[in-house]
Design a protein around this ligand. Structure first.
Ligand SMILES: *Cc1c(COP(=O)(O)O)cnc(C)c1O
Length: 378
């Protein structure tokens, strides 16, 4: 039996999917990159499609092909495409490819001509991340090249897209400016002879807080997994991942006992220590050594000493009357409504975003699908 288990609540993911559809009022591309933010890509893909998502979005072609190998035939969009990508496999599998520049366009065009299959392409504009995509300056040339490639039958530009830099901070003006840029970019594309049907820009934060950025479709990841992305705005989406382990050893110790590597914690009184067999090698951040806690039987207990690669130690109370027994379930990530730790709490403690916590769990952790919240269906 695995020493730690991730329980994935697909009913919660389905409710989150319907919530985003309702909030945005446009079709949804559900982002299932990075193993669906650690929740298990094939199961999540089926859940979100059943709940009303029409597209799936992933970063890499390998991720897209994994969906096809898993017998998922919905439209799939992959956005990390470059001249060295295996675009041939992608085109053969009817994956819609992002194209940020003429070099990538040439690779897609060559592969499509060799296969005799028209490749569906969404041109990528950079509206403000300074990360991937065509600059505004190069956009018109990219559209012209794409129009030429369309005439050869190699590609069909079915969409254009960008990614928002500042949607998570309400009140910044940049979302409106980015909407304007992509709207202008569509006009430029049309003037070049293209007819992109889909214009997509909005991530979770925009789907929740910026209705004018919804355009033809929202491209949402975080919210589906219950991550609140807009500071000060509760989206109504629920976490769908629960991490549990169990107390596998208990010991009584006296005062002034050093715990773990380098004795970074010393007991201040006679107390009971519980061993929990999960560590940073499983994705429990070592930085939780200071300030992290777990829930056992509905009570919070502090992590003591440094989190090791495979184990951590929790102080479960004074003397022999700790109330914690060998074999008790330990909740490392759970339900905030029950006072259990959450990914958002961990992220704040270790100075990261919940996304990094959710995508960080290792292969020793078992994954099971089961509902774990009592929330009524929407
Ligand atoms: C991760 C990602 C998304 C989803 O963003 P969320 O904030 O998780 O909703 C959308 N588009 C691209 C290009 C991404 O990389």
């Amino acid at each position: 039996m695995a020493l730690a288990t991730l329980t994935i609540d697909h009913a919660a993911i389905a409710r989150n999917t319907r919530r985003i559809l309702e909030l945005s009022g446009v079709p949804l591309m559900a982002v299932v990159k990075a193993d669906a933010f650690g929740h298990g890509v094939l199961d999540v893909a089926r859940t979100v499609l059943d709940a009303g998502a029409t597209w799936l979005g992933v970063a890499t072609v390998e991720e897209a092909l994994e969906l096809r190998a898993g017998d998922i035939h919905a439209p799939v969009f992959a956005w990390l495409v470059d001249p060295w990508t295996d675009v041939e496999s992608a085109i053969f599998a009817r994956i819609t490819l992002s194209c940020p520049n003429v070099e990538t366009l040439a690779a897609i065009e060559n592969a499509a001509l060799a296969l005799g299959i028209t490749a569906d392409v969404h041109l990528e504009l950079d509206t403000g991340m300074a990360r991937g995509g065509s600059t505004v300056e190069l956009w018109s040339a990219l559209c012209d090249a794409a129009a030429l490639a369309e005439r050869s039958g190699a590609v069909r530009v079915t969409g254009i897209w960008s990614h928002l830099a500042m949607a998570a901070v309400p009140g910044t003006g940049s979302v409106h400016a980015e909407v304007r840029l992509i709207t202008d970019a569509r006009r430029t594309a049309e003037a070049a002879g293209l007819s992109p049907q889909l214009v997509h820009l909005a991530n979770s934060a925009a789907a929740i807080a910026h209705p004018t950025a919804a355009l033809s479709m929202v491209r949402v990841g975080a919210a589906l997994y219950g991550i609140d992305t807009v500071s000060g705005v509760a989206s109504g989406c629920e976490p769908a991942m629960r991490l549990t382990s169990r107390v596998t050893q208990l010991r009584q110790v006296g005062a002034d006992v050093g715990v773990g590597y380098l004795h970074s914690y010393r007991t201040s009184r006679p107390t009971t220590l519980a061993l929990v067999p999960v560590g940073y090698g499983d994705g429990v951040p070592r930085a939780l050594s200071l300030g992290g806690s777990v829930s056992i039987g509905g009570t919070r207990y502090p992590i003591r000493g440094s989190v090791s690669m495979d184990q951590l130690v929790v102080e479960v109370g004074a003397g022999v009357f700790s109330g914690v027994s060998l074999g008790d379930e330990v909740v490392l990530l759970g339900d905030a409504d029950r006072g259990e730790p959450t990914a958002a709490e961990w992220a704040a403690l270790v100075g990261t975003v919940p996304h990094e916590i959710l995508t960080g769990f290792g292969r020793r952790v078992a994954r099971v699908a089961a509902p774990f919240r009592q929330t009524a269906a929407l």
